[in-house]
Design a protein around this ligand. Structure first.
Ligand SMILES: [Ca+2]
Ligand SMILES: [Ca+2]
Length: 252
């Protein structure tokens, strides 16, 4: 009887000692003032949305406005036609059931369509395009800490413009030859396809004066996409219809 009782007492004492030891370990005797200070490193998101267009207005997630452009203004005075009309408020287009996520999973996208027209005389390099500012007043934005841009695109089945160029808008730079110095030419198929283009893949326009690429990435007013087709013969035109959606800038 006594042996059993002594064993129980011994076990209780051992458990108590273990408990005290455990408490000591849980409460290291280091004053709070000696603990290393918490450091907060800036965490940059891996992906930042430019626009998914699904609120169906002409403003993107950065507060910038969507727009179209063509060759009709000075100094080109061409006769190409773009829709939504150059200078009018941009409107989104409704995404049909061909979206890979199925009907209704994506509502609106940015779309530009029209004709790249070359007259018998006059401007010989006709073009149309659309774009989106990266701030309400298109103040230059520094996007040099991003790796590249991802977006979805498709073109119309009947189009005769099959290649487009995505580039940065630099309209504040007084030398027009530097306005879209760096870009990337891509060929959207007739079904929705995601493009992933690193800024390292952007190349300089052959006719533009060099603007340092890092300088360019620090002064971006907007992103623009324009027709990049062989120039039509005099008196002829090409059809263009391009859809763009789910644009993000990303970091790797
Ligand atoms: Ca919007
Ligand atoms: Ca959308």
């Amino acid at each position: 009887m006594n042996i059993k009782r002594n064993s129980v007492i011994t076990l209780v004492i051992i458990l108590f000692i273990l408990f005290i030891q455990g408490c000591k370990e849980l409460n290291p005797e280091i004053p709070a003032s000696k603990l290393p200070a918490a450091t907060s490193l800036p965490v940059l998101p891996l992906e930042v949305k430019v626009d998914d267009c699904d609120d169906n207005d002409n403003v993107n997630a950065w507060g910038g406005y969507w727009f179209t452009f063509d060759d009709t203004k000075a100094p080109n005075y061409g006769i190409s036609e773009v829709n939504p009309r150059n200078g009018a408020q941009f409107t989104m287009s409704y995404v049909g059931p061909d979206w890979p996520g199925g009907p209704g999973s994506n509502l609106w996208a940015a779309r530009m369509w029209g004709k790249v027209i070359r007259g018998m005389t006059g401007f010989a390099y006709p073009l149309i395009g659309m774009g989106s500012g990266l701030s309400p007043q298109e103040e230059p934005q520094d996007i040099s800490n991003f790796t590249g841009i991802r977006f979805w695109a498709k073109r119309g089945a009947e189009d005769t413009v099959m290649t487009y160029r995505i580039s940065f808008k630099h309209a504040n730079i007084t030398d027009p030859s530097k306005q879209d110095a760096y870009g990337f030419i891509f060929s959207p198929p007739t079904s929705w396809t995601q493009f992933n283009i690193k800024f390292s893949q952007f190349t300089q326009q052959s006719w533009s004066l060099p603007l340092d690429k890092m300088e360019s990435l620090k002064l971006v007013q907007g992103i623009q996409i324009q027709t990049k087709n062989p120039d039509p013969p005099p008196g002829s035109s090409y059809n263009s219809d391009i859809w763009i959606d789910n644009i993000v800038l990303y970091r790797e």
